[in-house]
Design a protein around this ligand. Structure first.
Ligand code: ZN
Length: 224
């Protein structure tokens, strides 16, 4: 028979009201047991923390702070990506609003203009990304549509070389060997798009060499 009148731990006799219904333990012993369990857990936790901090060479708090900062950065990046995709959805044809692809292209398919050759190339127009590049691109698109250039042009977006401050517009011609055509297009850019300073013409066969104003002397076929 179970002894329902005595605490199973201290064996003192208690009033029935002090017994936990099924544990046969008095309040005092129960409290003591709980406190011992809690202290053991606390000690275990402290030992684990001390070991962890020895192994990682940093405090748990510092680690948590770093983790939180990393999570915040990730969240920031997610929000930025969302912001960019919303901007791009509204303005998919504006270079400074496009992040998902490196280049925007414009073609005039109706124009009577020779097919591209092995000596094809382009005039390179460098502009600061943002309003300057956007504005020049719109001018180039208008000139292309008006059949005043060649058949094609492209512009770098915010994705291409994101760290660079300058973007580039390539105005294509079908062949460097048709110097009259190359210079005709150069003149249009000077007279109708305000490109009065010297610019470089680069052969498509030199693709792969980085587009950069400073490399003009190495890769340019013309600079005028
Ligand atoms: Zn007891």
């Amino acid at each position: 028979m179970e002894d329902t009148k005595h605490c199973m731990t201290c064996r003192t006799e208690e009033e029935t009201a002090f017994y936990k219904p099924h544990k046969h333990i008095c309040r005092e012993c129960l409290n003591a047991q709980n406190k011992a369990r809690w202290e053991a857990q606390k000690k275990e936790r402290e030992e684990w923390l001390a070991k962890w901090e020895r192994e990682h060479g940093e405090t748990w708090e510092a680690h948590q702070a770093k983790h939180a900062a990393k999570e915040a950065a990730k969240q920031g990046a997610r929000e930025e990506a969302q912001r960019r995709s919303e901007i791009e959805a509204i303005s998919p044809h504006i270079p400074s609003k496009v992040f998902s692809t490196s280049w925007l292209y414009c073609h005039n398919e109706t124009m009577a203009y020779p097919e591209r050759t092995t000596t094809s190339g382009k005039w390179l127009l460098f502009k600061r990304k943002g309003d300057e590049l956007d504005t020049l691109w719109f001018q180039v698109v208008e000139l292309l549509k008006a059949e005043k250039l060649g058949r094609a042009a492209k512009v770098s977006t915010m994705r291409a070389d994101e760290k660079k401050e300058e973007g580039v517009i390539c105005v294509y011609t079908y062949s460097l060997e048709d110097l009259a055509d190359v210079r005709r297009i150069r003149a249009v850019l000077r007279n109708e798009a305000g490109i009065t300073y010297k610019i470089a013409y680069k052969l498509d066969s030199k693709a792969g060499v980085e587009y950069a104003p400073r490399l003009y002397t190495h890769i340019s076929s013309l600079y005028e």
